[in-house]
Design a binder for this molecule. Structure first.
Ligand code: KG4
Ligand code: ZN
Length: 336
């Protein structure tokens, strides 16, 4: 049995979890800063780091208490090394190092995006080869994994990440931050009243969302010029359908070409209710490929996922030293 403490602070969630054997959550504490950042319409990095400093100790103590373990039971400390906001990352990295030093525990640095992928380990055993659609506020990637801990990015966004597009479109529609869940909700009442351009890219597995985002903005401005107001639910619906249909189509092209045993969704946007329906429908064409979607609590940022990926890194002996630093632009393992 291996028990890891995991720490995550890459953006605006201060989180600590205790995870057994990479697949069982003994505790997962997430302290969200959303209420504060909502006041500014988005994450303010300096504010985020300060709140991490204020909350990290409490979050760590609560994770131990809820898991009903002491530091004697912990085999290693996994932490998010990057990518993310540098000031935010520093807090988690320093906390992990301090705990590891004080209690003589090994350190396991983890790439945040691998954490999102391995969050699916809480649903089921992963099967290889595996295709992961990693969709968050900072990333939109198709990751091909022939084997455990073997990552190859086969497609990425040429401009905005999908979560970023959701957040920006929500902002221009006056829905506030964070935009993803707000668009998800209001789009359920929307109708296909507007036509938006389908994103185009040269490579079949690459994504693009900035043109679509600008098209929504132009549509609002056109309506304003005509002294008309946009129907927010319809605009949200049309944006979401266009973005998701294009993303699902590209993912299916990758599934058809690569023939994985499993397709997993990962990252905050995987929490989207419409995406879940569209994916399930599209995957009916590939009954031999298992579709796995993480539970909602494991889609958006949390530390349990860092414990899941950290466990695999631990088993591979991928330890970090006390000189390891936070890396805001950290690439996937194996990427140049
Ligand atoms: O993975 P995550 O929590 O943080 C990053 O690593 O970026 O993802 C956050 C992103 C935000 O852009 C947020 O708007 C989006 O995930 N998001 C959603 C939903 N819930 C969160 N997007 C669409 N639908 C949702 N239900
Ligand atoms: Zn994330």
């Amino acid at each position: 049995m291996t028990i890891l403490m995991a720490i995550e602070s890459s953006c605006d969630e201060t989180a600590c979890a205790v995870v057994k054997d990479g697949c069982e959550i003994l505790s997962s504490i997430v302290s969200s800063q959303i209420n504060v950042h909502t006041l500014y319409g988005g994450v303010v990095p300096e504010v985020a780091s300060r709140i991490h400093v204020e909350n990290i100790s409490t979050v760590v103590c609560e994770a131990l208490q809820q898991a009903k373990v002491t530091m004697d039971d912990i085999d290693a400390i996994a932490y998010t090394q990057g990518p993310g906001l540098i000031g935010s990352l520093h807090v988690g990295v320093q906390a992990a190092k301090a705990i590891a030093w004080a209690y003589h525990k090994p350190l396991v640095p983890v790439n945040h995006m691998t954490g999102h992928i391995y969050a699916n380990r809480f649903v089921t055993e992963l099967q290889w080869p595996l295709m992961a659609l990693v969709i968050s506020g900072g990333h939109t990637e198709l990751v091909w994994m022939e084997n455990d801990w073997d990552f190859k990015v086969i497609g990425t966004t040429r401009d905005d990440a999908i979560g970023e597009a959701y957040d920006k479109v929500a902002r221009v529609l006056g829905l506030g931050y964070p935009g993803g869940p707000k668009i998800d909700k209001i789009a359920r009442e929307g109708k296909p009243h507007y036509t938006l351009p389908t994103p185009k890219t040269a490579s079949p597995y690459d994504f693009s969302f900035s043109g679509l985002k600008s098209a929504v903005l132009q549509m609002i401005q056109r309506e304003e010029k005509k002294d008309e107001t946009i129907n927010v639910a319809d605009a949200a619906y049309c944006f979401q359908e266009t973005a998701l249909q294009s993303m699902v189509k590209k993912t299916m092209a990758a599934v058809a070409e690569y023939r994985p045993a499993m397709l997993v969704l990962a990252g905050g946007v995987a929490a989207n209710s419409r995406l879940r329906v569209l994916m399930e429908e599209a995957m009916k064409e590939y009954p031999e490929v298992k579709l796995v979607i993480p539970p909602l609590s494991c889609c958006t940022d949390n530390a349990a996922m860092i414990g899941a990926a950290g466990y695999v890194a631990y088993k591979h002996g991928l330890f970090g030293g006390f000189d390891a630093a936070a890396d805001p632009a950290l690439l996937m393992p194996g990427e140049e």
